[in-house]
Design a binder for this molecule. Structure first.
Ligand code: AR6
Length: 174
């Protein structure tokens, strides 16, 4: 069935999620980094990086563009797939919210292609990329709410209390 997904909030670590797919807040190199990206590669093991390297050697020679998404194995994680997406870097005067919304939409599109029914997202762009949490939460919740997808459950996995509270407030008020 294709409809809007249900939304669940979790206070925790994305690498612990038992979802069909977990989303990585990656960078365009697809070759790892800190934050969510570092945690996923550390816990998921070298198989994920090997597939990322293969993507770079093939269709993604120039890397993954901001707002796009692509899947690999999840290696040793409980999930079956990691969907890598690249959030926009926040710049106070010229940040484009549609690129952040695109990360959620494109990740759900990839999830549909895979047949994933449960997908766990971190708060993309709110760490190293500096997007203010309240604005990022609004964009994330709206993008997921409006998506037409076969994904049944979207889990936002928030790493600290402030992020959890901000997402909870946004869901209540929209
Ligand atoms: N589980 C859930 N959320 C987490 C975890 C975790 N294990 N670790 C951090 N967060 P970030 P970005 C939260 O920096 O802003 C990387 O180096 C964190 O508190 O992971 O999109 C990539 O390679 C924050 O709220 O992603 C890129 O270069 C949110 O997840 C760059 O950082 C996102 O923080 C991407 O930056």
């Amino acid at each position: 069935m294709t409809t809007h997904p249900g939304i669940v909030l979790v206070f925790g670590d994305i690498t612990d999620q038992d979802a069909d797919a977990v989303v990585n807040a990656a960078n365009s190199s697809l070759l790892g980094g800190g934050g969510v990206d570092g945690a996923i590669h550390r816990k998921g093991g070298p198989e994920i990086l090997a597939e990322c390297r293969a993507l770079r050697a093939g269709h993604y020679g120039k890397g993954l563009a901001t707002g796009q998404a692509v899947a690999t194995t999840a290696g040793r994680l409980a999930a079956r797939w990691v969907i890598h997406t690249v959030g926009p870097v926040y710049q106070a005067s010229s940040s484009d919210p549609s690129l952040l919304a695109s990360c959620y939409r494109e990740s759900l599109k990839v999830a549909d292609e895979l047949g994933a029914r449960t997908v766990a997202f971190p708060a993309i762009s709110t760490g190293a990329y500096g997007w203010p949490m309240a604005d990022a939460a609004r964009i994330a919740v709206e993008a997921v709410r409006d998506a037409i997808t076969s994904v049944e459950e979207v889990r936002f996995v928030l790493f600290d209390e402030e992020a959890y509270r901000t997402f909870a407030q946004r869901i209540r008020s929209s």
